[in-house]
Design a binder for this molecule. Sequence first.
Ligand SMILES: [Zn+2]
Length: 199
Amino acid sequence: MATPMTASQFVKALKDEGATVAEHAGWRRHNRNGHGAWGPVHGVVIHHTADTDSLGLCYSGRSDLPGPLCHAHLAKDGTLTMVGNGRANHAGTFAANAVDAMTRGAAEHPRPDAAEPVDANTITYGVEIENLGDGKDPYPAVQYTAALKFAAAICRFHHWTAESVIGHKEGTRRKTDPSFDMNRFRADLADRLKSSTAD
Ligand SMILES: [Zn+2]
C-alpha cells in the first residue's frame, strides 16, 4: 500500500533528483479529491499535451474536464511546474491487465484490454509533457531528461522499478500518448535508477 506523497515530499523528491521545479499558484490545494479516491498509488502515467502553451489548461482544465489535468506540466525547457496535489483528471479509466502489469512491476506491458474497469486517477501520478504529439515535434533532450527525473523521483520515493511507469497509451486503447517509445523510456529510467545519487 503506497500512500501518495505530500506536496512537500513531492517537491523535495523532484529537487533531490535534480529537476527544475516551479510551483503554480494554489497547486498545493488544487485537486479532484472528493470526486473519487486518491491513493493508494501504484504507478506513474506519461502524457503529451498535444498542444502548446498548455500550462494554464493543465491547471484549470476545461468545462467538461475540470483541472488539475496532471500533477506536473513539463515545458520544452525542462521546467516541471506543479499544478495538482492529490487526485487529478489525467488518466481516466484503465484496462485491468495494464494496471496489473504496472502494479506488479512486470517486465512486459500488454496491449490494454478493451474493457476499462479501473479508475486510474485514483492510483497514478501523471505528467503532461508539452508536445504536439504529431511524431514531428521534437522532445528536446532537456525536456526528455526532465521527464525521466519526474518518474525517477517518484519511483525512488515509493521504491518502485521503472516498470511502474507506463504511457497513457499503455493504459487504455483510447489514447496514443506519449508519442515516444515507452520501452526505451523505461530502459533509460532503469539506468537512471541504478545510480544512487541524482544527476
Ligand atoms: Zn494522456
